[in-house]
Design a protein around this ligand. Structure first.
Ligand code: 5RP
Length: 226
């Protein structure tokens, strides 16, 4: 059995085979995506691969710049050919729960714009159907956030403010995150729609129909693409 980090790296290596010169790439966020970023930078240096990246977080932007990956803003990109990102959970219907790194709004925006969406994960994150208990990150406007939390709690969730050490975690958009645990989820799309309609909610970590391929790094060292 191989380590979790190696499973992530194997999935990332497989995703690199989807990259072609001339592409605009959506660059995800997180430790799995960072393997892809490292491998992409190696290919750019070794082969002079001509790609541009649209980062989904300030952290990814910094890492990409340091690695020598050319970047453009989302609004400058006429199209995103391929977006690559990690996930916290994925199921057989290709529903995802993302936002462990707090970048869910930008990640969703970039995936929505992409022609091809490839999601990387390790075996333990893959499940038949997301049914709960599951923790859904929800990005909220700071103003009145305790009131928003009350509404979220009424929807059946146990919601905690995400912290960054002793202080509130603040997203790249200047917002807060609630990590909301739902003990029973029967319809994840309906749950997303219900939460999204709440005043003060910017975005939920439920990604419905936003993956074209799931690349799973497995414990035995193999890689499976769904
Ligand atoms: C960040 C995300 C990440 O893609 C997700 O949390 C997976 O992270 P990791 O690859 O570190 O396990 O959604 O907002």
């Amino acid at each position: 059995m191989i380590e979790q980090d190696q499973q992530k790296a194997n999935a990332a290596r497989e995703a690199l085979t989807h990259v072609r010169s001339g592409m605009v790439l959506g660059l995800g966020t997180g430790s799995t995506f960072n393997h892809f970023l490292t491998l992409l930078a190696e290919r750019i240096k070794a082969e002079g691969l001509n790609v541009k990246g649209v980062p989904t977080s300030l952290k990814t932007a910094r890492l990409a710049r340091e690695a020598g990956i050319p970047l453009i803003e989302l609004d400058e990109a006429s199209t995103i050919d391929l977006a690559v990102d990690g996930t916290d959970v994925a199921d057989e219907q290709f529903h995802l729960i993302k936002g462990g790194g707090g970048s869910l709004y930008r990640e969703k925006k970039v995936l929505q714009e992409a022609g091809q969406r490839v999601i990387l994960l390790e075996e333990d994150k893959f499940t038949t159907t997301i049914s709960g208990p599951a923790t859904v990150p929800v990005e909220v406007v700071p103003f009145g956030s305790t009131k928003t939390r009350r509404e979220l709690t009424a929807s059946g969730a146990d919601c905690k403010y995400r912290l960054d050490g002793e202080v509130q975690f603040v997203t790249d958009n200047g917002n807060y995150i609630f990590d909301c645990t739902y003990h029973d989820i029967t319809d994840i799309e309906a749950l997303h729609q219900k939460v999204k309609l709440m005043h003060g909610v910017v975005e939920t970590g439920i990604f419905v129909d936003m993956a074209d391929a799931l690349i799973i790094g497995k414990k035995d060292g193999s890689v499976e693409t769904h």
